[in-house]
Write a protein that binds this ligand. Structure first.
Ligand SMILES: [Mg+2]
Length: 234
C-alpha cells in the first residue's frame, strides 16, 4: 500500500509556531504500553483462569474472542465491563501492579517543554477514569496538562466521530492548528476524518515489543525528534 511506504519516512520536526493546541494520548504514547499489555494479556487471563483450573495460555486462548469483540469500543477500556464479564475485581488486581506504570523515554521532558510553550496541552485518553486516577497517582502527571479528558466522560471512545464533536464543544480548538499524537492508528483515522491537520504516531508504544517499521501515519521513536522550536527548560 502506497501510504505505508510514504509514512515510513521519518518526521522532520514540527513547526510549533503553526500550532495552538496539542492533544496527547496516554497509554502507548506518554506511558509505556507494556504495563497494559502485560496486565490485560497475562495478569487478567491468569486471574480469570486460576479458579477455573486453567493455565494462563489456555485462559488467553479462551478469552481471545471476547477481547477481539470489544476492541475499539468503549467496553474495551471499561473496568466495570470487564469486572462484570470476567467476574473479577479489576481495580483491586490493578492496584497490585502499579509499579509497572512508567513513562515512555523522554515523555516527561517533552511535557516540560510543552508546558513552557504557548500551547494548550490536553490529554485525551480512552483509559477508564479509575485507571487514569491510578496512573496519575503513581506518576505526577496532572501538573503537565491544561486538561485531562477520559473519553468515558463522553460515553464514547476516541474512535468515534461523536467523541471529536463533544471535545470540540467542551474545549474548542482549531483543527488546522492542532497536533494530535496517539499510538493507535484507528484513533488517528478518526481524528483525520474529523479534520485534525497534524497527526503523529509512535514507533514503539510497548518497550517489550519490536519497533514498528511501517506505519500509516508519520511516526517518531522518541520525542527528541520533535523538540526543536519548543522553549528551553532549565
Ligand atoms: Mg494509546
Amino acid at each position: 500500500m502506497a501510504l505505508t511506504v510514504a509514512s515510513s519516512l521519518s518526521v522532520e520536526g514540527v513547526d510549533w509556531s503553526k500550532l495552538d493546541t496539542i492533544l496527547l494520548d496516554m497509554d502507548g504514547t506518554l506511558l509505556d504500553l507494556e504495563f497494559d499489555n502485560h496486565f490485560w494479556g497475562t495478569v487478567i487471563p491468569g486471574e480469570w483462569g486460576r479458579p477455573r483450573g486453567l493455565d494462563v495460555k489456555t485462559s488467553q486462548e479462551t478469552l481471545a474472542p471476547l477481547f477481539a469483540d470489544e476492541r475499539g469500543k468503549l467496553n474495551w477500556y471499561c473496568l466495570d465491563f470487564w469486572g462484570r464479564t470476567l467476574e473479577l475485581d479489576i481495580p483491586r488486581i490493578k492496584a497490585g501492579y502499579t509499579e509497572g506504570i512508567r513513562w515512555r523515554p523522554q515523555a516527561e521532558t517533552f511535557l516540560q517543554h510543552l508546558q513552557a510553550s504557548h500551547l494548550d496541552v490536553v490529554m485525551i485518553t480512552n483509559a477508564h477514569p479509575l485507571t487514569l486516577d491510578m496512573k496519575a497517582e503513581r506518576l505526577p502527571m496532572a501538573q503537565w496538562f491544561d486538561a485531562m479528558i477520559s473519553s468515558h466522560q463522553y460515553g464514547v471512545p476516541k474512535e468515534t466521530p461523536v467523541f471529536w464533536d463533544t471535545l470540540m464543544t467542551e474545549r474548542p480548538f482549531d483543527p488546522q492548528r492542532t497536533l494530535f499524537i496517539d499510538d493507535s492508528e484507528y484513533v488517528l483515522d478518526s481524528a483525520e476524518e474529523f479534520g485534525i491537520a497534524h497527526l503523529l504516531t509512535l514507533r514503539q508504544p510497548d518497550s517489550s515489543l519490536p519497533v514498528r517499521l511501517t506505519t500509516r501515519f508519520p511516526a517518531i521513536l522518541h520525542f527528541e525528534e520533535i523538540l526543536d522550536g519548543l522553549p528551553d527548560i532549565d
